[in-house]
Design a binder for this molecule. Structure first.
Ligand SMILES: [Zn+2]
Length: 336
């Protein structure tokens, strides 16, 4: 069994470093059974723990705090400071982590929070989008100070419920609210401080998707509608045409209306408008259907633009169209 190196020491100091030290971190020295040290683990920047973080991040840890014993929290904080967490992965409504303790292999942990239902998300996105400042702050990566009031109005819990009753935690060490878990909570709180959108991700919606839905809802509020394909401009103003027998000489030539149609400015393009209207997939994140479809649409669009912009792709019939005989409907000969 290795001893812990001095407080804040380089984990590469290696196993067997003496447990005695002269720094101010007494709590580290009191352990006889120190964890196996790892290199390049995550190290907590805020050494006093989640209490010194900004309120929205500190509140996350505070909500879970009462589930842990004082000792588990003290040990977990030490683990977080000296870098015993080798992996921390934040997924929708779930966090996975690996924390190296005294066992030969790191303990795998999973923390789950109850995800909001699609109806709750719809309500939340609608309420957030209705406040322009709220959306703007989230897009800038800041946490809106009105969030607690807004969530309370909707009856939704953004942070874990006090005492962690809506959180499920499992650790391979066999204990539920263990020091490994508190180390993860410390790291997670620090991440939430850096990126408040993680709080929403922990309720089931990744940041990118939330921002997209907020923008979409803002667009709907601002413009009343959001369309995938605007109606063609010609449909609104059909040109007045002379009788066919009066224009036999230029029947096959494009008239001035074609130029006028070309001059009409294109509507503002909203990427993936149809997918945005449809919203979140009913598969609830089990299969990334929306992401796959948007990638497929992008690939089709890029291929179509390539065909359009490639000089070799212009059909030969366009070049000689004015010389084709009137009334002829035969298509141009294709090369094999
Ligand atoms: Zn554990």
């Amino acid at each position: 069994m290795s001893a812990m190196p001095p407080s804040g020491g380089d984990p590469r100091v290696g196993l067997g470093a003496p447990a005695t030290h002269s720094s101010g971190h007494e709590s580290i020295a009191r352990h006889i059974d120190a964890p196996r040290r790892i290199s390049r683990g995550l190290r907590l920047r805020h050494r006093a723990g989640p209490g010194e973080l900004s309120w929205h991040a500190a509140r996350f840890a505070a909500a879970l705090e009462s589930s842990f014993s004082t000792e588990a929290r003290a040990d977990g904080l030490e683990y977080a400071i000296i870098g015993q967490t080798s992996m921390l992965k934040i997924e929708p409504a779930r966090v996975r982590a690996s924390v190296q303790g005294r066992a030969p292999r790191p303990y795998e942990l999973t923390l789950r929070l109850h995800a909001w239902t699609e109806a709750q998300w719809d309500q939340a996105v609608g309420a957030m989008a209705a406040e322009a400042a709220y959306t703007a702050r989230l897009i800038k990566g800041e946490f809106p100070s009105s969030a607690p009031d807004l969530m309370a109005r909707l009856g939704l819990d953004l942070w874990p419920v006090e005492g962690g009753t809506d959180a499920e935690l499992s650790c391979q060490c066999g204990q539920r609210w263990c020091k490994h878990a508190w180390a993860v909570v410390c790291h997670l709180s620090e991440r939430i401080q850096d990126d408040p959108l993680i709080l929403f991700s922990l309720r089931g919606m990744p940041a990118s998707q939330l921002l997209e839905r907020l923008r979409e809802r803002r667009n709907l509020l601002a413009q009343g509608t959001s369309v995938a394909h605007p109606p063609p401009p010609m449909a609104h103003a059909p040109p007045l045409l002379a009788p066919a027998e009066a224009c036999l000489h230029d029947f096959w030539r494009p008239g001035p209306a074609l130029e006028a149609a070309r001059a009409v400015r294109e509507s503002h393009h909203l990427p993936h408008a149809l997918l945005r209207r449809l919203g979140q997939s009913p598969m609830q994140g089990k299969f990334p259907v929306v992401g796959l479809l948007s990638s497929a649409y992008d690939a089709v669009r890029d291929a179509a633009l390539n065909v359009r912009d490639s000089p070799a792709s212009s059909p030969p019939s366009e070049v000689g169209s004015s010389e084709s005989s009137p009334g002829s409907c035969s298509p141009p000969a294709h090369s094999p």
